[in-house]
Each structure stands twice: as structure tokens, then as C-alpha cells.
Design a protein around this ligand. Structure first.
Ligand code: SF4
Ligand code: F3S
Length: 369
């Protein structure tokens, strides 16, 4: 039987042309492309055939799978993800045992598939801490990555080791990019993954035939190129020195800045303020809680602040102490103080130092505001 295109699937599902084009425009926006790219995306998607996917789970909680599956209604995004032929996924596939393993083996042998990895990989003691069907996660990953077109690491555990990597890390957990070095690896960190960013990555891959541009941590720039702090709806209150000082106080009720309550938005690069969560309903800071830096390396134990307390009011390295920020610090002065505080970076861990260099680069921009 001839393979069906996305255009035919959309037609069968009675998705209107208008809704489809609207989706393509939203995707162009999510990918930080001009809206003029929308027709090109539409043309590419319309004639796309199913791309095989192998989705592996290792040291994970399946939260990213849940995020991937939790569209609240049939959407064009869901249908685009139908274009992915998920040949192997332990949580959702109907097959089990030898049938499941055979489906995976057949996909690997045929090649030209996307490999999605969820969860960290335990590397200590030859990988004995995670085995599936008698084989270690290390072995399974190496085999599945071999013929893949590209590898997409979903969630902070697969990207950077995440919670399984937290000290003392008895299993030697690492992220995919520490092990797969001969293939394009794209990280979609977050705890969990935001499915909008996976959809946009798939759309980019189908439209342009390659993964989107990435930062030095292999994260797509369209999703991780801007700091949360710079797109936050509470930013005006930060600049005005208006801070929440206690949960439920007047500032909290008025939607003031959560910096003093430990918000890690100033050191976290993610598009949460713009794409939001739950079909764009809201996001953590919008809901009244500070960002906990869930998509940065070092999350869970280090956060983006080099602190062991996720909810500490410790500002990120390079930022002024909370007391000085309260009503006294202009953005320009904050830049100067940030530069001085940056001298303390030598004591920070490697991951924190990497984030610092990016934060420091941003300081002059902040001063210009
Ligand atoms: Fe928003 Fe947090 Fe920055 Fe305040 S510190 S403006 S709440 S991102
Ligand atoms: Fe995570 Fe912060 Fe976004 S906690 S979900 S990166 S607002």
C-alpha cells in the first residue's frame, strides 16, 4: 500500500486548510522564523511521509513521555506527530517481549530513523544499573544510535544527567551527548520536556531536512536562545525594585518579581514565557512560583545558581544580592555589580562556570535597557 502523506492524513481527519496554515504560522513563530516561512513549512509538511522513530527510556520517570502525549484535544500538532511512526516506545507500544525487540531491530536495520532518548544513562560498573531484556542501557543506546539520522535527547535527564546525576550519583548517570559523539545530538531539556519544542523540532527537520541551529549545550536556539528573565511578564517589577518578599504578601498578590523568592529566570535560557505550557495556558512564573532552572545543566542539585537549595533566594553568580536589588539597583548598576561578582566564578563548578560566561555576556545588554 502506498505510504500516506501528512496532507492526506489531515484531509481524512477533516482538519481545515485554515487551521493547518494557522499551525504552520505558529510553528514559524516558535522556530523564530519570519512568518513568510509558513507557506514553505506548509508545503513541506503536506508532502511529508512518515519518519520512523525509536524512543528509548532509561533512568527516567516517563514525565517527558507524558508531556509528549498530553495534548488536550486532537490538534494539528498531534497530527504532525502522527507523521512520526513510533516503531518502538516502551510506555506506549502495544507489542511486548520478542515482538517489540524485533520491531526495533527491523527499524535499526532499515536506517533513516530519528532516535529519541528519555532518561539518563548509568555508566558506572559497565552500565549494570539499568538493563532491559538483559542488555545494558549503554549497549542499547550504542546500537540504536548507530544507524540513526539524528538523536534527540528529551528532558534534562537525557540531556545533562538531571536528577539521576545528582550527588553522589551512585550509578554514574550521564546525558546522551556524553556518550554519542559521532551523530548530531539535539537536547530538549526541561523537567519535563515541553512538547511544543519537540513538535517544532520535528517540523524543522521535516521542512529543512536537518536539526535546528543549536547553542554550545546542543539546545535549539529557537527554544533556548533567550533568557527567561528577558521575556518575563514580571520583568518591569524587577527593574522597578518591586519584589515578592513572602509567599502570599501584597507583592505576590500583585504579581511582582519573584527574584527574592529564589527565581532562577535570570540564569535560565528557555522559551517558557513565550510558548508556555498546557496549550499555552500558563507557565511557572505566571502561576506565581519562581523558575527553578529545570532546563539548565546541574539541575537538580546545582540549579542555575550554584546552590544546593533550589528555593534559596541566592541570586545567580553575576547578579546583585537581593537586598541591593530591592529598589536601589538600576539595570546599569546591576551590570557593574554583576561584572564584579563574576570574579568569584573560580569557585563555581564546571557547569555553573559555563552558564556564568553566558550570563556575563548578557550583562552589558541589561545595562543598556
Ligand atoms: Fe521574572 Fe524571575 Fe526575572 Fe523576576 S527574577 S523578572 S520573576 S524571571
Ligand atoms: Fe523549568 Fe523555569 Fe521553565 S522551572 S519549566 S525552565 S520557567
Amino acid at each position: 500500500m502506498e505510504e500516506r502523506t501528512l496532507g492526506q492524513i489531515l484531509w481524512d481527519r477533516q482538519v481545515s486548510r485554515r487551521d493547518f496554515l494557522k499551525f504552520c504560522t505558529v510553528m514559524a513563530g516558535t522556530l523564530a522564523l519570519e512568518s513568510t516561512f509558513a507557506p514553505r513549512i506548509a508545503r513541506a509538511l503536506e508532502f511529508s511521509k512518515r519518519t520512523p522513530v525509536i524512543w528509548l527510556e532509561f533512568q527516567d520517570c516517563a514525565g517527558c513521555t507524558e508531556s509528549f502525549l498530553r495534548a488536550s484535544r486532537p490538534t494539528t500538532a498531534e497530527i504532525v506527530l502522527d507523521v512520526l511512526s513510533v516503531d518502538y516506545h516502551e510506555t506506549i507500544m502495544a507489542a511486548s517481549g520478542h515482538l517489540a525487540e524485533e520491531a526495533k531491530a527491523a527499524t535499526i536495520e532499515a536506517g533513516h530513523y530519528l532516535l529519541v532518548v528519555e532518561g539518563a544513562i548509568p555508566a558506572a560498573q559497565g552500565g549494570i544499573y539499568c538493563t532491559i531484556g538483559g542488555r545494558t542501557a549503554l549497549d542499547i543506546l550504542e546500537e540504536a544510535a548507530g544507524n540513526a539520522l539524528a538523536v534527540v535527547a528529551v528532558g534534562s535527564c537525557a540531556a545533562f544527567g538531571g536528577i539521576p546525576k545528582a550527588a553522589p550519583n551512585p550509578t554514574g548517570a550521564v546525558g546522551v551527548m556524553d556518550l554519542v559523539t559521532d551523530k548530531p545530538v539535539l537536547n530538549l531539556p526541561g523537567c519535563p520536556l515541553n512538547a511544543v519544542n519537540l513538535t517544532a523540532t520535528v517540523v524543522h527537520f521535516l521542512t529543512f531536512g536537518e536539526l535546528p541551529a543549536m547553542d554550545d549545550l546542543h539546545r535549539p536556539l529557537f527554544a533556548h536562545g533567550a533568557r527567561i528573565h528577558d521575556n518575563c511578564e514580571r520583568r518591569g517589577h524587577f527593574d522597578a525594585g518591586e519584589f515578592v518578599r513572602e509567599w502570599g504578601d501584597e507583592g505576590h498578590r500583585k504579581g511582582w518579581c519573584l527574584y527574592q523568592m529564589g527565581c532562577k529566570g535570570p540564569a535560565t535560557y528557555h522559551n517558557c514565557p513565550t510558548v508556555r505550557w498546557n496549550d499555552g495556558t500558563n507557565w511557572p512564573v505566571g502561576g506565581g512560583h519562581g523558575c527553578i532552572g529545570c532546563s539548565e545543566p546541574g539541575f537538580w542539585e546545582l540549579g542555575a545558581y550554584n546552590t544546593v537549595e533550589l528555593f534559596d533566594a541566592t541570586p545567580p553568580v553575576g547578579y546583585p544580592p537581593v537586598a541591593e536589588a530591592e529598589g536601589k539597583i538600576t539595570p546599569a548598576a546591576a551590570g557593574v555589580i554583576g561584572g564584579l561578582a563574576g570574579l568569584a566564578v573560580g569557585v563555581a563548578g564546571a557547569a555553573a562556570a559555563q552558564r556564568l560566561s553566558k550570563s556575563e555576556q548578557d550583562e552589558p545588554e541589561q545595562g543598556k535597557e
